[in-house]
Design a protein around this ligand. Structure first.
Ligand SMILES: *Cc1c(COP(=O)(O)O)cnc(C)c1O
Length: 615
């Protein structure tokens, strides 16, 4: 993981020396004149940045009539003669270069360089420029590597020289679009410099004489060219470079590796993040096929072909709301079993949707009591059509007795809706075996995907007859289901394409790891390391082990200060979660996501140091 900027790799002519990059221009004009062809200044300049022989070929390719290889070599020979005769007059050091380089070195940053000049051309330049006070720590010319720009090899040579293995710790600064391309291909940060650049193509005198509006227009054109080439930063002059470095350092610090010990979003694998790099169109057949494969794979984690998965744009709550709002008729009533914030959230949803419901609440630290539920069903069963509850109450980390509750509700002939947000893909949930009607979950919990997608797995018969139930347009599961089934995988409205691709990858990774059993094993190990480790420090879970999930654990905070604990652990790369209990101060630690027993051991150590039990 990149820490901070460790090298600045400059181009030569037009960037650090030779204002406007004029040394090669006359050479190319003379070169082509020697074979009887007149070329314009613009033509001579267009391929600037390439190795000069490649540059000659690039000009030849622009001619209306093709010329022979012999003619190209002849033009190049004349180019070299003119260049060597002139090069020492074009070794002026550009504005702010000397001070900026000194300031960068003060920060411990190495100064590297790459060039389109050959090593023979560089010899007089290096000598002359060193005399004037500029010598980078390293230089390499395109004729010393397999291929010149826009290939990345010269930059990689610099990085090898400096012992830098992560190209995100290096910045390429140049004055042509080919410089930017070279930096992009090397995966470095890239900076385009406008004033005195080849892209601007003006001498100091021309700049001074130019009306301001015209100069602005030229600069805008230069900016547009750099932007199109993919430049990360575009600056007027070298004196802005230190701010650029500071900004990159800030970005690198912000994206430093961290482990999220939370109930989601979670730490994700780099494969999942990388899957987001492709832009996809939503009605494209290939994309729809990916969507269908995600739907099928999710369905088969907990159900069979009598069920289907309806994906929804939005976080988990959107799926819970769609399930509650779409899978009962308006005259049907739901019994909500509540022992935490997510249970309460279902009540708020039912209130807002103006649904018929009853509720039964339990203490947050106790699992839902099956006997009390039975009593309620015995008394009011006739008025109730469905039972809804949370499987793993993420508020505390408690597990509710899914199987008993489902069997009980079924014995009374009720539909069963489960919020399995934080348990899906980590606990076995046998939907067909338990005859569960619908389950809501999301991409960013135990599937270890990214936030932005949620889903409801429901019986197809229930979905098929759900027309007209929902009083919401966007959260209507029936309409969404029809779009997927009739449109062969088409989302009803704009789909979060990149998040879906990440979910596709996350499911592949889930299978690669070994599915539920492997994930359960890892999470259980993570959880038990946390519980055992913190027990030593006198920090105990608040839920009885019998009902405690291996997803997330609530610990007594005691007299520890949560914000201090949070900041201390964050500085070590761990993000923890506040507690949600009102009765006592607590904090929560998740065991899910791309985290492993070694991470848990490190976390316990860090907490031990914080509490003062360990130096
Ligand atoms: C995460 C979670 C949700 C959904 O919360 P969002 O913030 O909408 O993603 C719902 N129920 C439970 C039990 C959860 O853990």
């Amino acid at each position: 993981m990149a820490e901070r900027v460790k090298a600045l790799i400059f181009d030569w002519a037009g960037t650090t020396i030779d204002y406007g990059c004029f040394a090669p221009i006359k050479g190319f004009i003379d070169g082509f004149k020697s074979i009887g062809i007149d070329i314009s200044n613009e033509m001579a300049r267009k391929p600037m940045g390439l190795l000069k022989l490649d540059h000659t070929r690039a000009i030849a390719a622009m001619l209306s009539e093709p010329i022979s290889e012999d003619q190209i070599l002849k033009a190049y020979e004349t180019f070299e003669e003119t260049l060597f005769a002139n090069i020492e007059q074009h070794c002026d050091i550009k504005d702010h270069v000397i001070e900026t380089v000194a300031a960068l070195r003060e920060q411990g940053i190495k100064i590297g360089s790459t060039t389109g000049y050959t090593s023979a051309m560089m010899a007089p330049v290096l000598k002359k420029v060193a005399e004037a006070g500029y010598s980078p720590d390293f230089w390499v010319s395109a004729d010393q590597v397999a291929k010149g720009r826009p290939h990345p090899y010269m930059i990689w040579n610099n990085l090898m020289q400096f012992g830098i293995s992560d190209p995100r710790e290096a910045v390429k600064a140049g004055d042509t679009t080919v410089d930017i391309a070279e930096g992009k291909n090397a995966d470095c940060w890239t900076v385009g410099i406008i004033m005195g650049s080849s892209v601007l193509g003006l001498t100091r005198e021309e700049v001074a004489a130019m009306p301001e509006a015209e100069l602005e227009e030229r600069k805008e054109a230069a900016r547009a060219a750099y932007y199109k080439a993919g430049a990360d930063y575009i600056i007027d002059d070298m004196d802005e470079l230190l701010d650029v470095v500071a900004d990159i350092d800030r970005k690198l610090a912000q994206s430093a590796a961290r482990k999220l010990l939370t109930p989601g979003p979670l730490t994700t694998r780099s494969s999942v993040k990388h899957a987001m790099l492709t832009d996809h169109c939503t009605w494209d057949d290939e994309y729809k096929a990916i969507t269908t494969s995600v739907i099928d794979d999710i369905t088969h984690i907990s159900a069979d072909d009598d069920y289907s998965t309806v994906l929804l744009q939005g976080s988990g709550t959107y799926a819970v709301e769609a399930m509650i709002g779409s899978l009962c008729r308006k005259d049907e009533a739901i019994l909500f079993l509540v022992n935490g914030e997510y249970g309460k959230r279902m009540l708020s949803i039912a209130d807002k949707l103006d649904r018929n419901y009853r509720s039964l609440s339990f203490e947050m630290t106790r699992a839902i009591d099956v006997e009390l539920v039975e009593e309620k069903l015995r008394k009011y069963g006739a008025e109730i059509d469905a039972v809804a509850f949370v499987h793993c109450e993420t508020t505390t980390g408690i597990m509710n007795p899914l199987e008993e509750l489902a069997r009980l509700a079924k014995s009374y002939g009720k539909k069963v809706f489960v919020d399995a947000m934080s348990s899906f893909a980590a606990y076995d949930i046998d939907m067909p075996g338990l005859d569960i009607d619908a389950l809501a979950a999301s991409s960013n919990k135990c599937l270890e995907g990214l936030p932005g997608l949620s889903f409801v797995i429901a019986k197809k018969v229930l979905l098929d007859e759900a027309s007209g139930n929902s009083s919401s347009h966007s959260l209507d599961l029936f309409d969404q289901y029809k779009s997927f089934s009739d449109g062969s995988g088409k989302f009803r409205f704009t789909s979060p394409t990149n998040v879906l691709l990440a979910l596709r990858q996350a499911i592949d990774d889930y299978k690669t790891e070994g599915g539920i059993s492997a994930r359960r094993k890892r999470y259980m190990e993570n959880h038990s390391i946390l519980v055992r480790g913190l027990e030593h420090l006198g920090i105990r879970p608040i839920i009885e082990p019998e009902y405690q999930s291996y997803i997330i654990t609530t610990f007594e905070l005691g007299n520890l200060d949560f914000s201090k604990l949070y900041e201390t652990l964050k500085a070590k790369g761990f993000i923890i979660y506040p507690g949600k209990l009102t009765s006592m101060p607590t904090f929560r630690l998740g065991s899910i996501g791309n985290v492993y027993p070694e991470d848990m051991i490190e976390l316990v150590d860090a907490i031990e140091v914080f509490t003062g039990s360990k130096q």
